[in-house]
Design a protein around this ligand. Structure first.
Ligand SMILES: N[C@@H](CCC(=O)N[C@@H](CS)C(=O)NCC(=O)O)C(=O)O
Length: 202
């Protein structure tokens, strides 16, 4: 088993933080996106989407999509639960995970992909779309500050995958000048708690 990933990219970091929370160690193989190593025929045979991370299982299965990879490890090792504990809680955590993924992470990634020099000349960029993504991310961050007024973590009183997705998104947002504002006190308190967990270094 190994994970094909790129340390500098945010989606692989989601998986690394998830595994660090569970204390699971998996060997990593670096795929340098900057050198288009994710576009080689060998890589596309593993994941036709040309994206990292990809979990390679010993039976030759290649699992892509960060949340699917996390799901695999949650089933292998349920403790500590990061995807919910019973039917209602699992649905609740998934609701918040999806809100953080589509409403925040994807918006920040959309801004980066469409406006940052890193992808200039390598991907078609539509800066106007990138700026719309940035605005949507800023509004989601503002909403999150209000939501966190009444609870410790994003999906309630326990740390879950929704916190991992939001933490990685907000850290990645700095590259596009998307930040927690000084007046967003609830979000700042949450960020202090999740970013100082040992797993955040993963
Ligand atoms: N939905 C996928 C997205 C994966 C993804 O977009 N990965 C980025 C790195 S964070 C990537 O491989 N980008 C390379 C490219 O777009 O060329 C997931 O959740 O894993």
């Amino acid at each position: 088993m190994k994970i094909h990933e790129f340390t500098m990219a945010p989606n692989p970091r989601r998986v690394r933080v998830f595994l660090a929370e569970k204390g699971i160690e998996v060997p990593y193989q670096q795929v340098d996106i900057g050198k288009n190593e994710n576009r080689t025929p060998e890589f596309l045979a593993m994941n036709p989407m040309g994206r990292v991370p990809v979990l390679e299982l010993d039976d030759g299965t290649y699992l892509a999509e960060s949340v699917a990879i996390c799901r695999y490890f949650e089933e292998q090792q349920p403790e500590p639960p990061l995807l919910g504990t019973d039917a209602k809680d699992r649905a609740w955590v998934e609701m918040w995970q999806r809100r953080m993924e589509f409403g925040l992470f994807e918006q920040i990634a959309g801004c980066f992909r469409n406006t940052h020099d890193y992808f200039k000349g390598r991907l078609p960029q539509v800066p106007e779309y990138g700026n719309l993504c940035k605005q949507a991310a800023i509004e989601r961050i503002q909403g999150l500050d209000g939501e966190l007024a009444g609870r410790e973590f994003i999906a309630g009183e326990r740390y879950t995958i929704a916190d991992i997705t939001a933490l990685v998104a907000i850290d990645f947002g700095r590259l596009s000048n998307i930040r927690i504002e000084p007046e967003q006190k609830n979000l700042a308190r949450w960020y202090q708690a999740v970013s100082t967990r040992p797993s955040a270094k993963a």
